[in-house]
Design a protein around this ligand. Structure first.
Ligand code: ADP
Ligand code: 5GP
Length: 214
């Protein structure tokens, strides 16, 4: 094994998954993280759903037909994919693998099915965080105050919340999003510690070999 100076020790990037019931605060926390953490970028998913007003191809999603989606999945071009309610969603493999090799971290806004596939296929690279509201009453208040959806959509999101929340124990960390700034700081603390993990430090063995040889 070649001995290495400490300056040659590199870090493999990590995959930070955030999941939450709709209204839990995931997008707000993700936005703050992307602003505050220069080494972090968002994984842009492929979806078969239609763009919502304001959504931009390549920024929010890659919008594809069902046929195009299925071809990508069959070719193994997706790290994970799932049917979420009426549409398909998946993570393109290439950009994530490049980022991890180059020591950059990737943020994922994916559901519990995607998290489960990453846990099965990429466990050493995965750091998963589940965001909970302080109560279902507060979740409904936040969905209402967000002013984005009508009463029917809010009722559907509330009905779906219990199902999403039932997967909380499949995540490495659980954050109850009572105070927004504290929640953001908690995810930043998780990132800081996870980045220091021995298994992510490429070349550490060569450096330590050098120390021992003197
Ligand atoms: P999600 O992306 O999980 O659906 P959002 O990030 O859109 O949720 O948050 C839902 C609403 O709740 C938004 O209006 C957001 O500003 C608000 N919100 C998020 N976190 C908190 C918090 N800790 N306290 C109060 N309001 C919050
Ligand atoms: P929306 O249609 O509201 O943007 O997203 C609906 C749900 O799909 C959210 O729970 C979101 O986390 C999830 N989702 C978005 N992209 C992906 C993906 O690439 N894979 C998986 N498994 N879920 C995704």
């Amino acid at each position: 094994m070649p001995t290495l100076p400490y300056s040659a020790v590199r870090r493999r990037g990590l995959m930070l998954v955030l999941s939450a019931p709709s209204g839990g605060g995931k997008s707000t926390i993700a936005r703050a993280l992307l602003e505050r953490e220069p080494g972090l970028s968002l994984s842009v998913s492929v979806t078969t759903r239609k763009p919502r007003p304001g959504e931009i191809e390549g920024i929010h999603y890659f919008f594809r037909t069902v046929e195009e989606f299925d071809v990508m999945a069959a070719k193994g071009d997706m790290l994970e994919y799932a049917q979420v309610f009426d549409n398909r969603y998946g993570t393109p493999r290439g950009p994530v693998e490049n980022a991890l090799t180059e020591g950059r971290d990737v943020l994922f806004d994916i559901d519990w099915q995607g998290n489960r596939q990453l846990a099965d296929n990429a466990r050493p690279d995965l750091v998963s965080v589940f965001i909970l509201p302080p109560s279902l009453g507060e979740l409904e208040r936040r969905l209402t105050d967000r002013n984005q959806d009508g009463p029917d959509v809010i009722a559907r999101r509330m009905a779906e919340a219990a199902d999403e929340i039932s997967h909380w124990a499949e995540y490495d960390y659980v954050i109850v999003n009572t105070n927004l700034e504290e929640s953001i700081a908690a995810v930043q603390a998780i990132l800081r510690a996870e980045r220091l993990k021995r298994v992510r430090r490429v070349g550490l063995d060569g450096f330590i070999d050098g120390i021992l040889k003197g």
